[in-house]
Design a protein around this ligand. Structure first.
Ligand SMILES: Cc1cc2nc3c(=O)[nH]c(=O)nc-3n(C[C@H](O)[C@H](O)[C@H](O)COP(=O)(O)OP(=O)(O)OC[C@H]3O[C@@H](n4cnc5c(N)ncnc54)[C@H](O)[C@@H]3O)c2cc1C
Length: 473
């Protein structure tokens, strides 16, 4: 058991070594010019991989072309250059391709190793394997407790906790939740290993996680029936090359009503299509202003968006690689895959099957079926008041953080400082990426996190007085 005392050396602890945490560490290593200790704490897997980019089958692809996946805003070719210098990799055409996600984890891990090697004298990074389960203020430092008994002190802590897992399905019988035939962690590679080729499956949810499952089942020659059930029964759209488009109106200047914005966007997309363009160009043109649009909406409009428009937004904004959708079309054409819109009513384990009852959308009646296995692909549970996460529970109990009122994340200020229960911004506790969804909406993808990470690193070093004027590269 390690119990480090109060630090003499300025220390920044980062909880979570996925893309967000690793990228903050990389920028700290590159920018710090004086003595600094960085603690990177991860409960599972190697740094850089996180949930999205861990070891997994090669058919699990990035949902963005390689050319747009650099970790650095100021060096847009960095990922493509890294790919070209990676052994055993085709050097041609990588920029246009959707690369395996596990390669992206290797890229971030390598970049972190390079940053450690090139750091200024006195600037160091320690990796701690373990789950952070508690955090308290002690004197003027923060004291982190890990599940392996270690205690670590830091001047600042960055919570880079990523996407929480899905909530358990409310329709599931309590007995089913501990039954191995119910897969609650759809992102875990071991979950798919357990599936036998003949099994009939129910996948609940129809977003990008479901597509990962479908392409994986297709590639492994799955023979059983696959049923996909979600509220709307919509799959993500396919990526196609769509040239940049300048909107003919300023969305920020519109009245803050969803209906007005939606009407203008539909008209704009129709006009673009009439000129033989693509609606994707219109959706992509919104990206730079999405955060400002979200922040300008009154709460009631945000709630309306979450209730009615969210599924439509998700399938247009979060698109999938063409090869993934080809696999899905093959499964459907064979009659092996059924996609349904409806609401799950009950999942009941029986002797050797699970009985499924759903109510189909549009008064189309009940749907009853028996399957061998149920996979929960409903996406992250973002209501932090309901998470089964010891550190979050402890921070809420200590009133050091506050869940966002829409149930999308944690309250933060513009720098990512966490707000306490009284709404005061912490000078020591920060976050970035997915937990900021309530404030920013568009904050979970590489494109946003690569902007937040250097800004947060700079802010922390300024607070500690450790930054020279030099840029991070
Ligand atoms: C399956 C999937 C695929 C995606 N694909 C893409 C894509 O192709 N392109 C794109 O731009 N975005 C993609 N995303 C979006 C993704 O959110 C970001 O790209 C990015 O991976 C987020 O990184 P993160 O570090 O914030 O989160 P994560 O990758 O979730 O990492 C968080 C890390 O924190 C650790 N952790 C959490 N709590 C603790 C604790 N208490 N103690 C210690 N460690 C802890 C976790 O183990 C995890 O490793 C994808 C997301 C998912 C889930």
């Amino acid at each position: 058991m390690e119990t480090a005392g109060i630090n003499a050396k300025p220390t920044i602890a980062i909880v979570g070594a996925g893309f967000s945490g690793s990228l903050v560490a990389i920028h700290l290593l590159r920018m710090a010019r004086a003595s600094l200790r960085i603690l990177l704490i991860e409960r599972e897997g190697a740094p850089g991989h996180g949930i999205a980019y861990r070891k997994q089958p090669d058919c699990h692809l990035l949902n963005v072309r390689a050319s747009a996946m650099s970790a650095f805003v100021d060096d847009p070719d960095d990922f493509v250059c890294w790919l070209k210098h990676t052994p055993n990799h085709s050097r041609s055409m990588v920029a246009d391709q959707f690369m395996p996600r596990r390669l992206y984890g290797d890229y971030i891990q390598n970049t972190l190793q390079d940053a450690i090697a090139a750091a200024s004298p006195g600037v160091s990074l320690e990796i701690h394997q373990g789950e952070a389960i508690d955090l308290k203020l002690e004197a003027d430092q923060l004291k982190l407790k890990l599940d392996n008994g270690a205690c670590l002190h830091a001047n600042h802590v960055v919570l880079a906790l990523g996407n929480p897992g899905p909530a358990d399905l409310p329709a599931a019988d309590a007995k089913l939740l501990s039954d191995p035939r119910y897969c609650g962690r759809a992102w875990s590679p071991s979950t798919s290993d357990a599936v036998r080729p003949q099994e009939n499956l129910l996948l609940v949810g129809s977003g990008l996680t479901t597509l990962d499952w479908l392409v994986g089942l297709h590639d492994r020659g799955h023979q059983g029936r696959i049923h996909v059930l979600s509220r709307r029964g919509l799959l993500p759209n396919e990526h196609r090359a769509a040239p940049p488009h300048a909107l003919s109106f300023d969305p920020i200047a519109l009245p803050a009503h969803l209906r007005t914005l939606l009407r203008r966007l539909r008209a704009e997309a129709a006009a673009v299509q009439q000129q033989h363009g693509d609606w994707r160009s219109v959706i992509d043109a919104l990206r730079p202003v999405t955060q400002a649009l979200w922040q300008g909406l009154p709460r009631v409009e945000k709630q309306r968006f979450l209730r009615h428009l969210r599924p439509l937004w998700e399938v247009h904004r979060h698109r999938a690689a063409p090869s993934v959708l080809r696999a899905v079309h093959t499964l459907r054409a064979r009659g092996q895959l059924q996609l349904l819109a409806g609401r799950l009513q009950a999942l009941t384990p029986q002797h050797n099957v699970i009985a499924v009852l759903a109510r189909l959308r549009g008064n189309r009646g009940e749907w009853r079926i028996k399957v061998d296995r149920v996979i929960n692909c409903t996406g992250p549970e973002c209501d932090y008041r309901r998470l089964n996460h010891p550190l979050i529970a402890a921070l809420l109990a200590h009133h050091l953080i506050c869940a966002d009122e829409l149930g999308l994340g944690l309250n933060t200020d513009a720098e990512g400082a966490l707000l306490d229960a009284q709404g005061r911004a912490s000078s020591q506790l920060f976050t970035l990426g997915p937990p900021r969804k309530g404030q920013l909406w568009e904050t979970t993808a590489v494109a946003e996190i690569r902007q937040q990470a250097p800004r947060l690193a700079r802010h922390l070093l300024d607070r500690l007085g450790l930054r020279s004027g030099a840029p991070s590269r």
